[in-house]
Design a binder for this molecule. Sequence first.
Ligand SMILES: [Cu+2]
Length: 288
Amino acid sequence: MSFKSVPLSAAAAALFASWGGAARAESGWSLLNMTPGVTEMSRKIYELHMLIFWVCVAIGVVVFGAMLYSIIRFRRDKGAVPDTTMVHNTKVEIIWTIIPVAILIAMAIPAARTLVQIEDLRGTQLTIKVTGYQWGWNYEYMGTGVTFFSRLDRRSDAARQVNSGIDPETVPHYLLNVDNPLVVPVGVKVRLLITADDVIHSWWMPAFGVKKDAIPGFVNESWFKIDPDKTGVYRGQCAELCGRDHGFMPIVVDARTKEDFEAWIKAKAREQKSAAPASAQAPAAASG
Ligand SMILES: [Cu+2]
């Protein structure tokens, strides 16, 4: 056994061990792919992605197969002689134009259909305004008076400082947690109005199939409807390079049942109403 094969076989063993433990959906080979997500739309996007992927695989196999076959079958030591007289063949040119055009049209039909569905904001039942800031998100539940800021949780923020002395391994969901997650109901079509107040950000939640730029001066729209049985915590990121702390503005969505959500928003509205007069007086008190 050479000295090289020891770490290699150890690495291979570790790799196989990780494959063996690939019981969860988000491990092993599936990590290389898009996730099917937890909304009907994200599944449609995933299926479209897989369809186009397999079309590309088939094209690759045919094209590189024909190339390899030609290289091997018509090599010089087999006595192949190049046909230097053939510079133009109308029939072949028509074929190699029509086939790709037909493939592109066949791919454009499901792609356009999915794009139209992504933009279909009819029948939304809840609207949340999302504003990107350097570096955090503000959420405003339209018509309820509930609004709050969501930024990197304080434990992650403390641990990330240079020479903080805090081991990131001890911080749960290091750099992926926020102080105030966005709370939404499952089974409800939620509309997002996405904008920004300083530079361009992008609200990206892979599990919902939503990634939309947040641009100052513009209001972009998007929507999601989480499967009724998919309550839980979902994580995303700002997906637009937005400055120094771009990597430190995660997104956390807490998806709850309709009843839980209603109770939460009522409590939050009450809490913010009673806190409002106090915070309105605070600047005056500070300046005086
Ligand atoms: Cu950002």
